[in-house]
Design a protein around this ligand. Structure first.
Ligand code: OVM
Length: 429
């Protein structure tokens, strides 16, 4: 190739980068629209326009070899991949490429039709009243009880209770299996580093439970999981393929929302003036959640593979190369955003790439919006004061960004009044 393109030896999956990815995002963004990552032999883009253009051109930038670092079409023989969820090889379930995330049209279109119909706006809206009531109960139980961990007591509770109920999972076993499974699944998009190895054993322990609960005999017949099976059958999918589609809900629907709800809580608690604004203008609830997803982008990256020699932003990319799309970096690109590092619930953050864009845009985003909506609505009603105590702890994962722990106090306002001690409990800014 007859071009000089910037190269970098950064490791986007190094622990210190995962803990604070923003300096690396800035240096890659400033180096050029595309940067060659020497360590992994892949291209990367950290710029909004480039990431967006690549995602929208799904013919050239394919998902069908997987959206992690590893090229699934090379790693395993086809027969192995097909075995996946089937028969005796159920244990290898996670290895089966997703029928949704890791496919191109027309296969992707068919899977998307199934999952998109099950998670339709009307199906999700039907949950609104019940979820709002549950949110109020959860929040009221925490108001005035002193400091608690908002990740385990709030952020995890919404997906683990409301979403998993809607899918139709039994209550027992959820928390101990779904969380390690999702953590493992998202680590597996990265390299086989220390983080990945650490999550393998707990992920593998959780796997049989998760795979078993993707089948109709374990799913509530009135839930979203059973609906997926019914529609999948109509689309000509086998029972095992129906289970792989249910697995997508469990892999993609838990950790993503745990982290995004934790993030919005942290940002609101550390920006009291914006929380006050939200209380005054509840119509900002959804924009506030979008802004949190823009700023801290829980799904920080996915890969694509190049199907034919192409030129992207002036850079020649040969067929077969892999491209890392850094959504979290694009969402802070100063070419696209004013004051990109600032949390501002009144900004128009609608075009952010935190849920992706195009045919693979998050199919469950309206579920996430509803969880955020009911949580924040209950909070502004019952807890006029949010106070972050001490610094939060970040959870490290190769793909997902979010908090592991957030010390938080919810107060009704009256009991704190003017007598609130103001030393040492302001949280980080
Ligand atoms: C899937 C899927 C989709 C999005 C994220 C994800 C583990 C999985 O379809 O299986 O993360």
């Amino acid at each position: 190739m007859n071009q000089t393109v910037p190269a970098s030896d950064v490791d986007p999956f190094a622990p210190e980068v995962l803990a604070d990815p923003y300096p690396m995002y800035t240096s890659l963004r400033e180096a050029g629209p595309l940067v060659w990552l020497e360590r992994y032999g892949v291209w990367a883009s950290a710029r909004y326009a480039t990431v967006r253009a690549a995602v929208l051109d799904h013919d050239t930038f394919s998902s069908a070899t997987g959206v992690g670092l590893a090229d699934l079409s090379r790693r395993q023989p086809a027969s192995d991949r097909d075995a996946g969820m089937a028969g005796g090889d159920r244990e290898a379930g996670w290895r089966t490429p997703s029928l949704l995330l890791e496919q191109d049209p027309p296969d992707h279109t068919r899977a998307r039709r199934v999952v998109g119909s099950v998670l339709s706006p009307s199906a999700v809206r039907a949950k609104a009243d019940a979820w709002a009531a549950e949110a109020e109960t959860m929040v009221r139980a925490l108001v005035g009880t002193g400091e608690f961990d908002a990740v385990s007591r709030l952020a995890q509770e919404f997906p683990l209770r409301l979403f998993a109920d809607a899918v139709g999972l039994p209550r027992e076993g959820r928390a101990e299996h779904l969380l390690p499974f999702a953590d493992f699944a998202f680590n597996a998009f990265g390299p086989p580093n220390e983080l990945f190895r650490k999550s393998v054993s707990s992920g593998n322990t959780a796997l049989p439970w998760v795979v078993r609960h993707c089948y109709p005999d374990r799913l509530d017949p009135d839930g979203w999981g059973a609906r997926i099976h019914a529609l999948a059958l109509r689309e000509g999918y086998s029972r095992d393929e129906g289970a792989v589609l249910v697995r997508s809900l469990l892999a993609a629907g838990i950790d993503t929302t745990v982290r995004s709800l934790g993030t919005v809580l942290w940002l609101l608690a550390t920006h009291p003036e914006q929380y006050a604004e939200l209380r005054a203008r509840p119509e900002l609830i959804r924009p506030a959640f979008d802004e949190a997803v823009r700023l801290e982008s829980p799904t920080r990256m996915f890969f694509r593979s190049v199907t034919a020699d192409t030129v992207l932003d002036g850079v020649e990319l040969p067929a077969g190369s892999r491209l890392l799309l850094l959504f979290g970096a694009a969402n802070r690109d100063p070419r696209r955003w004013d004051r990109p590092e600032e949390f501002d619930i009144t900004r128009r953050s609608g075009g952010h790439l935190g849920f992706g864009v195009g045919i693979h845009a998050c199919v469950g985003r309206i579920v996430a919006y509803l969880e955020a909506e009911v949580m924040l609505r209950a909070l502004i009603r019952w807890a006029p004061v949010l106070r972050a105590g001490g610094p939060p702890r970040w959870h490290l994962n190769n793909t997902i960004r979010g908090l592991a722990e957030l010390p938080l106090t919810l107060a009704s306002g009256e009991e704190t009044g003017g007598s609130r001690p103001n030393g040492g409990d302001d949280g980080p800014h």
